[in-house]
Design a protein around this ligand. Sequence first.
Ligand code: PHE
Length: 379
Amino acid sequence: MSAPNKSYDPVEVEALKPEEIERMRDEALAAFAAAGDLDALAHAKTAHAGGTSPLALANREIGALPPQAKAEAGKRVGQARGAVNKAYAQRLAQLEAERDERVLVEEAVDVTLPYDRVPAGARHPLTTLMDRVADIFVGMGYEVAEGPEVEAEWFNFDALNFTPDHPARQMQDTFFVRGAQADRSTAGDESGVVLRTHTSPVQARALLERREPPVYIVCPGRVYRTDELDATHTPVFHQVELLAVDKGLTMADLKGTIDHMVKELFGEDTTTRLRPHFFPFTEPSAEMDMQCYVCRGASVGNPDRPCRTCSSEGWIELGGCGMVNPKVLTACGVDPEVYSGFAFGFGIERMLMFRHNVEDMRDMVEGDVRFTRPFGMEI
Ligand code: PHE
């Protein structure tokens, strides 16, 4: 800062002379105009409008002037600084607009361009649902067990107390495998080998393999029946089977286990019920239903609120269940006086249908990614 100005004339202070101030202002305006981008403008701003710029320094000189000279000098410097700030703001707006326009052009995405990445694969929703169900039981201490899809008739039927004339054995339900050694003209269905019609033969295998209970197994797998492929049937489908054999197991354990699975899959407030039924390998037997998780029963007898998921029945049929028939335990070398067990089995296709509103079972077997993709990348 200069020494006090004896002449009291602001014009006499070098830094406050009108032509000096004008020069500073013009230099600033020229520098802003010359700044080609926002970086250059920021530098120009520091040099010409910052705290150590010539105009800022001139402004400080005003303080050293006598009172009567301050007004004129202040006005001159103030006007110059005002002009500089205005020019800066204008140039800034101009450069920002240019940048935005450039970014819009440079970073434009053509959403119509063909997709050039190979999409990551995902597992089929039937597989993930089966795994999800198995995981519930693994979390309870069950082991996953598997058996062959080409199965001995004995495991598929005899060990499970199907009488030789049981209708399920007949050709309309069961795929019989022609024996390799058999005379093709006559042997046909006498090979004793079938494509398993359910996952229940794994029950017999598990009991025979382990000898001594406790046995707690969950068996997911593919099964076969001679159905035509249509909206609600497929000749190849999937089941999950559960078997528990231990001392003192009762129907209450069965009910509690079904309840737990259904709550895990459909929510805490989903209830289940058992209806008396017949299976050769369980006694007593039941069919298990879960309360419709969409309408929760509200559609029953209420034409104003029809429910497509349960056909306004309020309940959805899940599958079969029961206490393992003592004859099965005996056939598999387990003493029914000491042990009891429960089992249930149900179809995964059906569950996928009502859990995800799939209307046509054929969509599950056609391998079209447009069907599987909405289920996501679950692994
Ligand atoms: N295996 C039976 C079926 O396919 C279901 C079932 C499993 C029933 C276990 C009772 C016990 O229909």
